[in-house]
Design a binder for this molecule. Structure first.
Ligand code: HEC
Ligand code: HEC
Ligand code: HEC
Ligand code: HEC
Length: 352
């Protein structure tokens, strides 16, 4: 037996398999310089995958004209009482398309009795209506005049795609080190990190002052684990809105607000708004529909329902849904929520 030709054929076959199976590492195409030259504030244009997620939702045609107030036309209207009955029904159709197109009206309603509150999904949707109205009226600095609708997060499914779960603390391994809940099946480094940073920044009120001002750790304002969490969250935020650090910071002085872009302020209000959404709406949602899920491939069970982060709305784009003006066609989704004290942006505790 001559091994030479066999080895040659095996090598060629191996090389062809390598070419076919190895992913396409092509880099993002266009880069744009934001800051002054050599400041490394470069942004890359989003790829075609993000563009697909970035299209505005399908239009919802008007319902039959009915100008009676919904509160008199229907029996059990608690949030949308100021909306006219025709527009109310158009919104019902829209909510069905945005949240439960496969399940239909029956996802929230028991058949034959639209006024009944028996289904937890309907009670959840009512809380969601107050939340959406609150986001659009209390956070115009962040969501702009275009605002958000159910579709901004749900994208045609009952549980939004881009979410995170609060995990119970993972037991400390006696021999090695503290076990971290890494996303081991992540395809990018930024998605690999655990969700603990979300807990600290998007649920608890952790201050984001992490950068040391001195060469030695003695000058450090916070512990090393806090610094680690801060950097993890910064990476996850950047990933969620599809940008690099230089979109908000000048990387030679991350702490300095004077050398930061205006987008850092928008990011700052995003952190506070997401905290508001999680604390005041999505955590309380668990009382309406208690859930414990086993996450895909994650070691720890997930407690309660899903929570929001930047990616829930942004889905990897700096302007969700291409910056579409969603409130123009659904102005009733903006309004005060009487149950929650209006919380608006506060000034960052940043240093100069
Ligand atoms: C995602 C949940 C959800 C879906 C899907 C949904 N609804 Fe509703 N519906 C609600 C909520 C919440 C209310 C109460 C609103 C309020 O209190 O302001 C409501 C109220 C109603 C009412 C008023 C009932 C009354 O007498 O008080 C009608 C009628 C109605 N929906 C019809 C529909 C129809 C028709 C569809 C399908 C095209 C539909 N809904 C799909 C959540 C939903
Ligand atoms: C900021 C993002 C966001 C917006 C805006 C939003 N939702 Fe949700 N919604 C969520 C998250 C996150 C959950 C939790 C999902 C889970 O784990 O069950 C949820 C849960 C729900 C559920 C319960 C689903 C289930 O099976 O547990 C319903 C119903 C719902 N939303 C309807 C709506 C409606 C109707 C609107 C618009 C009026 C809306 N949502 C707006 C993020 C959002
Ligand atoms: C969307 C805007 C945005 C992006 C993108 C962003 N950051 Fe931040 N960063 C902020 C905001 C806002 C704060 C202040 C948070 C606070 O005070 O609660 C901050 C704070 C920081 C701090 C702490 C500064 C101090 O005063 O100690 C560091 C360090 C940091 N970011 C690093 C990064 C890194 C590294 C990246 C890229 C992986 C990044 N950031 C991407 C908005 C952003
Ligand atoms: C409830 C949905 C929602 C969530 C959650 C959210 N955003 Fe936004 N964000 C928006 C919308 C909508 C806009 C577009 C506003 C406009 O068009 O003026 C926006 C705009 C921005 C911009 C400005 C982009 C630009 O091109 O100027 C930044 C930066 C940003 N968000 C950062 C964040 C960060 C960081 C988080 C998480 C900490 C976050 N957002 C969470 C809805 C959201």
């Amino acid at each position: 037996m001559r091994w030479g030709p066999v080895l040659l054929i095996a090598a060629v076959a191996g090389f062809v398999i390598f070419l076919v199976t190895v992913p396409d590492w092509s880099l993002p195409r266009a880069g744009t310089q934001l800051g002054s030259r050599a400041s490394s504030m470069i942004q890359f244009a989003a790829g075609p995958a993000e563009d697909r997620l970035n299209r505005p939702p399908p239009e919802i045609p008007p319902w039959a004209q009915d100008i009676r107030p919904a509160s008199t036309a229907f029996k059990n209207v608690k949030v949308l009482s100021d909306v006219n009955a025709g527009e109310f029904m158009r919104l019902q159709k829209a909510m069905t398309q945005w949240v439960s197109p496969k399940q239909g009206c029956g996802f929230c309603h028991v058949s034959g009795d639209y006024a009944s509150d028996a289904k937890p999904e309907k009670r959840a949707a009512r809380l969601m209506l107050t939340m959406t109205r609150h986001i659009n009226s209390a956070w115009p600095d962040h969501v702009g005049a275009g605002g958000v609708t159910c579709y901004s997060c749900h994208r045609g499914q009952p549980v939004p795609d881009q979410v995170w779960y609060w995990h119970p603390p993972v037991p400390v391994h006696p021999m090695i080190d503290e076990q971290e809940d890494y996303h081991e099946k992540a395809v990018t480094v930024r998605k690999f990190f655990p969700d603990e940073g979300f807990e600290e920044y998007l649920l608890e009120r952790t201050s984001g002052l992490g950068q040391s001002q001195t060469p030695l750790p003695s000058g450090q304002a916070v512990s090393q684990i806090e610094v680690k969490r801060l950097y993890e969250v910064m990476m996850q935020m950047s990933d969620g809105i599809g940008v690099n650090c230089g979109f908000c910071h000048n990387s030679r002085a991350f702490f300095d607000w004077r050398q930061s872009t205006p987008q850092r302020w928008t990011g700052f209000s995003g952190i506070q708004m997401t905290r508001n959404i999680n604390r005041d709406y999505l955590v309380p949602l668990a009382a309406i529909s208690p859930l414990t899920r086993q996450g895909p491939g994650d070691a720890a069970p997930q407690v309660g329902n899903a929570l929001a982060n930047c990616a829930t709305c942004h889905q990897g784009a700096p302007k969700p849904l291409g910056g579409a003006n969603l409130l123009k066609t659904f102005p009733e989704l903006k309004g005060p929520d009487p149950h929650v004290a209006a919380s608006g942006p506060v000034s960052p505790p940043g240093r100069s």
